[in-house]
Design a protein around this ligand. Sequence first.
Ligand code: ASP
Ligand code: MG
Length: 410
Amino acid sequence: MALIVQKYGGTSVGTVERIQAVAEKVAQVRQRGDQIVVVVSAMSGETNRLIALARAIDERPDPREMDVLISTGEQVTIALLSMALHKIDCPAKSYTGGQVDILTDNAFSKARIRGIDDVRVRSDLEAGRVVVVAGFQGVDEHGNITTLGRGGSDTTAVALAAALKADECQIFTDVDGVYTTDPRVEPKARRLERITFEEMLEMASLGSKVLQIRAVEFAGKYNVPLRVLSSFEEGEGTLITFEDEGMEEAKISGIAFNRDEAKLTIRGVPDQPGVAYSILGPIAGANIEIDMIVQNVSEDNTTDFTFTVHRNDFTKALELLQDTATVLGAREASGDDSIVKISLVGVGMRSHAGIAATMFETLAKEGINIGMISTSEIKVSVVVDEKYLELGVRALHNAFNLEQNGVANP
Ligand code: ASP
Ligand code: MG
């Protein structure tokens, strides 16, 4: 007998009919003799609707009351799903996050789970019941309702799976797995059978928005096998797990990209201690996150310094940089918000040299100029002009044979 945690996202429970279809799937798991805990999101659009209601009263509503409000969406779904299960003679019981003691810190709207007391869930499971839990929510130590950040139901599911030592945590969503890249950019993108936690984190943080990043971190930390599957089609989905022992090949798992960045450059700054700090200090002080940073080798005791920020922060960051340029006596500060970042992700990079070279060669053959480069153990990222996004992604997908197996074409 296995213990499975399943999570159904907003579109999977978007209508009464879909909730009934979920009930059928859940009942099947119980029928084959396994134990099951189901975590659900609010019906699609509901959380946004609630947020809009609050904003109509106050642009900056009280955070505690906001969480009281937006946690209600999930409470609707747990009750409806339990009713649908009862209707097909499947015993089930619904619980809010607080009722199953999902204890969090008190950071409203982005709370972190501290612990789960699994006693109640276990006794229901042992009594043969399906346990239906509201995602996205918990309570702090004073009993205040908290929420876990947008997409937080994924994290609820993983945390429950970890606490219960479940055999698998299955995330049902509107896509049938994790792809080598966005199929809207490269129609030849292939569903991955497996991907490592580390790779998934890189893919997710770079904009492949299949899972909440925190859920992936949590799963990796507590070693919870995580599977992403479609709630509308049958299939194996993608298993997110630990690295395979025998991974010998120069394997690349995917290509992520991010259209939300902008690049800023300050030229001719005196090359002396403290320069990086005087440039980036004001940016960080304005709560602007910096992604890539490149400082050039100095010439005539001056240097150039380039970094990227989120596009939404571009104008503000450029203003700050222009002020800094004046203070430091730099030659000029300029920016470009029509760039994209393309990243190659794969654990195979750890043991194989030459992957970055193949990447640069591929882009060169297409006449794509690389503006910036950054690397980590399992990732190489380049910044290029946004007009080359599609071309670059497709060329790399082909060069690394991602349609087949993720090993570079000879
Ligand atoms: N309902 C919440 C949201 O829309 C949580 C979730 O769906 O995971 O972000
Ligand atoms: Mg989601």
